[in-house]
Design a protein around this ligand. Structure first.
Ligand SMILES: *Cc1c(COP(=O)(O)O)cnc(C)c1O
Length: 712
């Protein structure tokens, strides 16, 4: 089925066929010129489908496409994009060819969510974004790579806030017809079906392939008439349903993923479990090894040599756990064939194998059965070693074999078309290939590349985009889409004001309302007419997290405070698109997690290429990124003892740095209105953060520290 993508065979074919193929490879999402092309074909579908190239191409008949491609200027641009795409796909020299020749077979990367683009909503938050960015960088670097995930027909919910500011969820359906998905077929034709035993049932799944540059992502889907009604919906929502759904999804992901790869004839060089959701894959590998009548120890050793694991959760309660009865029920038939007992099974997921009261923990299974394990920042590595030290009796905390690889972002995918255009002109269009070269980014120190005036114009451009986006959302929300009415929007935000952004999942540890802890201290800053400050929020609370929903409601209440109207705004339905508007438009990105609970955080990394600056607690990635000159810190590199004190102190420090440093620096202008000191900080951030906090650097580290098994 993938033959259709072998683009070099297509070069003789008509542009229209090649363009339709491009719409089905998410490479276009990080190529700004393709955005222009798809948008131009049907601006309306482009907008209403949340920028979905497949939906656009489905809208355009062959007749129309042929006619429009007779416009030479348009055809020339389409041709240029296609040439770029096709040369990317067939490029003989890649980073991997130079640095990862030992990786002959694909890396199999398992994750419960993949956030690749706003038009493919099969992610809930940071974990998914990271998986998507990891996949894109693996493709850019030329690493043989397949992703394994689930196809969520209803995806993650869409958020609406009712008149009381309370979050309401709706689940629109993902129609494969209008998505860049290709049903995986058997060699002889007909859909490829695999199956798994769950409890007493046999559950079948089909698979969809998503092309992400040179990488392929396989999404498993149980929505089939062959399945009992309740298994048909097993993979329908991201982290949806009850504990039975959860374990069922994880069995499909882990065990199903291994079986899928075998049925495709793919023998991975390594199985990477991105978070514990997929850890059941080791049970399938173990079960298969035991069939060769190896001893249990030998089988475990073979499995361990193939697996690596990344943990993301610094709180014990955040880890998936299943009780003995549920495990016995779900795995009864499957595990019987191994000849091992139920207690043997449970022991793999217990810190203390002989403690029969202990639940089965996915993270424990993954740590025990991997040859390498890591957290996602230096501090999180430490927290993880502390949390899981009891798995390794006799080892000190520092000896616990859990390292760290700090997260990054796929910068070309996060840069807006505006930012791409700006940097293409100044850095050359191959700047996106220099993300692993810290030296290259030293150029930003240089006025020659972009003067302060030009950088400041970029900031104004991007800030205005955000302000207009926010105004449009607010107006449409209030008045619907009717045209012909004139709306006054100038009371909503100001394109001149210092703009702070805060957007992330409304998990309570992220403390979205912290900045409003004492309104009497923040209101004077926000309502200063000489030096105005505004804040834009966005984020979803998990559907079952009422405390998170109360946080949203609290922020909505503040947006209605008479002194703050138009100065504090909440944007509904946070997703990749909303995020891109925010991270490009803001001057300052605010991050106030309760230290040390933000394992890494990645949203703050997305502002740098746009000239945004970070203001953050010294947690996760920021305590590695901050150097005193490239942004601001809130508090020090240490924890407070009790939560009340921590909140109170962090609030005081936040107000202090805002009023003493950030606001004065932003409004410190020369006679032409240029804030040179501010811009110097932006230049410093670009030099020090862009290459370090990219997934190119991160994936390179995974290759060297984890994927290439030096012991073998
Ligand atoms: C980047 C991003 C995240 C992750 O942000 P954190 O800083 O890790 O909280 C979550 N959701 C979306 C839509 C994002 O773009």
């Amino acid at each position: 089925m993938l033959a259709v993508f072998k683009t070099k065979n297509l070069s003789h074919l008509h542009l229209s066929v090649r363009l339709r193929a491009l719409a089905r490879n998410l490479w276009w999402t990080w190529n700004p010129e393709s955005h222009h092309v798809f948008k131009e074909l049907s601006p309306l579908v482009w907008r209403y489908s949340n920028h979905n190239a497949v939906a656009v191409m489905n809208e355009i008949s062959n007749q129309e496409l042929d006619a429009r491609l007779r416009d030479h200027e348009f055809a020339r641009r389409v041709h240029a994009v296609l040439e770029e795409f096709e040369s990317y796909m067939t490029k003989p020299s890649t980073w991997a060819k130079r640095h990862a020749t030992a990786l002959k077979n694909p890396v199999a990367y398992f994750s419960a969510e993949f956030g690749l683009h706003e038009s493919l909503p099969i992610y809930s938050g940071g974990l998914g974004i990271l998986s998507g960015d990891h996949t894109k960088s693996a493709s850019d670097l030329g690493i043989p790579f397949v992703g394994i995930g689930l196809f969520y027909r209803q995806g993650y919910f869409q958020q609406r806030l009712n008149a009381d500011g309370w979050q309401e969820e709706s689940y629109p359906s993902n129609d494969p017809e209008h998505l860049p998905l290709q049903l995986v077929l058997q060699p002889e034709g007909g859909r490829l079906l695999n199956s798994i035993e769950i409890g007493h049932s046999t559950v079948y799944f089909q698979t969809w392939a998503v092309r992400v540059g040179r990488a392929t992502l396989y999404l498993l889907d149980t929505n089939l008439p062959e399945n009992d009604q309740h298994f048909q919906g097993l993979t329908s929502t991201v982290y949806g349903g009850n504990i039975d759904t959860r374990i069922g999804q994880e069995i499909i992901l882990g065990i199903g993923g291994v079986r899928l790869l075998q049925s495709l004839g793919i023998t991975p060089s390594v199985f990477h479990m991105n978070e514990g959701h997929s850890a059941f894959l080791v049970l399938e590998l173990l079960q298969q090894e035991l069939k060769f009548r190896k001893t249990r120890e030998e089988a475990e050793q073979v499995v361990r040599s193939k697996c690596v694991f990344t943990t993301h959760t610094p709180v014990p309660a955040g880890h998936d756990r299943f009780n003995s009865e549920l495990m016995a029920y779900s795995f009864g038939k499957f595990w019987n064939s191994t000849g091992l007992t139920h207690e043997d099974l449970m022991s793999y997921g217990r810190v203390n194998p002989s403690d029969t009261n202990e639940l089965f923990t996915m993270t424990v299974l993954a740590i025990k059965m991997s040859r390498a394990a890591n957290g996602v920042s230096e501090l999180h590595g430490h927290v993880s070693r502390e949390m899981w030290k009891h798995i390794f009796p006799g080892k000190t905390v520092d000896e616990v074999p859990i390292g760290y690889i700090t997260n990054g972002i796929h910068t070309p995918g996060w840069a807006t078309t505006h930012a791409h255009d700006f940097w293409n002109k100044r850095l050359g269009s191959d700047w996106t290939e220099k993300l692993m070269e810290p030296k290259f980014w030293k150029k930003f120190a240089d006025d020659e590349l972009a003067t302060d005036e030009e950088l400041w114009a970029l900031r104004y451009n991007l800030r205005r985009d955000l302000v207009e986006y926010a105004r449009r959302q607010q107006v449409e929300r209030q008045y619907g889409y009717s045209v012909g009415t004139s709306f006054a929007t100038s009371h909503i935000l100001s394109p001149d004001a210092l703009t702070i952004g805060f957007a992330r999942r409304f998990a309570t540890y992220k403390r979205a309302p912290l900045i409003f802890r004492h309104l009497e201290k923040i209101i004077p800053l926000l309502s200063d007419t000489q030096h105005p400050v505004q804040i834009i929020f966005s984020g979803k609370a998990h559907p079952r997290d009422n405390e998170g929903k109360r946080f949203i409601q609290q922020i909505i209440g503040i947006t209605r405070h008479p002194e703050l109207i138009g100065k504090v705004i909440f944007l509904e339905n946070y997703d990749i698109n909303v995020a891109r508007h925010l991270v490009s438009g803001v001057d300052v990105w605010l991050n106030t997690p309760r230290r040390p609970l933000e394992a890494s955080g990645t949203s703050g990394m997305k502002v740098t290429i746009h000239g945004g600056l970070n203001l953050s607690i010294m947690d996760g990635w920021w305590r590695e990124g901050y150097n005193g000159k490239n942004g601001w810190k809130i508090g020090d590199d240490q924890n407070d003892t009790d939560l009340e004190t921590q909140d109170e102190r962090d609030f005081e420090r936040l107000i202090h740095v805002l009023s003493e440093s950030i606001i004065p620096e932003f409004y410190n202008r020369d006679e032409d209105g240029i804030p040179h000191i501010w811009l110097k900080r932006i230049r410093n951030a670009m030099q020090t953060l862009l290459s370090q906090f990219s997934t190119h650097r991160m994936v390179g580290e995974y290759v060297q520290k984890c994927y290439i098994n030096k012991e073998r």
